[in-house]
Design a protein around this ligand. Structure first.
Ligand code: KMT
Ligand code: NI
Length: 236
């Protein structure tokens, strides 16, 4: 499907008379997106209360594009997780977004203290007054976020995927059936992990700010926000 979309996109670019140089830029941008989609996939969830670690696709599937996620303030990158200790791309993201703090969390029955409690807490719908930034180094997991109509979008983050869940968005996390994830937690400033559970967080300034910023956004603006975030990083 993605392949067909790519061919179509490039044919259109030709049709509209882009030069070869321009085309390779377009293609490079498009390839970047396609490759990001290998480690970050999103879809609307079904309504079943079955095992939270199952994918919960709707029938038929309803995938959600990374641009659509950006409309909700959810940003993402793909990086080389095997090089995270010396990765210039990661450093650029950290510099431009001020993620000075970083640590590693491993979620699995034998690695995380209070595993059962933590797993329950992660999956309760909540928000934070700061961004939740996670970079997956191994394993995988699901970040679920609410869209503007309060429907759940499931975001599957795998090795190499870096995700920014914006301040004030209602969300939750669960492991998938692989039962293991190792991730870097990034934070701008001194880390605050406090979760405010729904509905008690509705009155918080961070929630109001989120709704104001992303509640009525148009597609064009969202695209600009995401492009701007990625460009800012590339410029450094
Ligand atoms: C969180 O805050 O939900 C987590 O840290 C989940 C584990 S990180 C992949
Ligand atoms: Ni959270």
């Amino acid at each position: 499907m993605a392949y067909i979309a790519k061919i179509l996109f490039i044919s259109l670019a030709f049709f509209f008379g882009m030069g070869v140089g321009q085309l390779s830029e377009v293609e490079e941008y498009y390839n970047k997106d396609l490759s990001r989609e290998e480690v970050i996939e999103a879809w609307y969830m079904d309504d079943s209360d079955d095992n939270q670690r199952l994918p919960h696709h709707r029938v038929p599937n309803e995938f959600v594009s990374l641009h659509k996620l950006a409309e909700l303030g959810v940003l993402s990158w793909r990086l080389d997780a095997d090089q995270y200790e010396t990765d210039e791309e990661l450093n650029k993201i950290r510099e431009s977004r001020k993620y000075l703090y970083m640590d590693i969390i491993e979620v699995s029955p034998d690695k995380l203290p209070n595993y059962e409690d933590m797993i329950k807490k992660f999956f309760e719908e909540h928000l934070h007054i700061d961004e939740e930034v996670r970079y997956c180094l191994g394993g995988s997991g699901y970040f679920d976020v609410r869209d503007r109509n309060d429907a759940w979008i499931r975001i599957w983050v795998k090795k190499g995927g870096l995700i920014v869940v914006p301040a004030g968005i209602y969300h939750r996390f669960t492991l998938d059936s692989s039962n293991h994830v190792k991730a870097i937690r990034l934070f701008a400033g001194d880390p605050i992990w406090t979760a405010y559970y729904r509905p008690h967080a509705d009155h918080l300034p961070a929630r109001k700010q989120y709704v104001e910023t992303f509640g009525m956004i148009t597609e064009g603006t969202a695209q600009a926000i995401n492009d701007d975030a990625i460009d800012n990083v590339d410029e450094l």
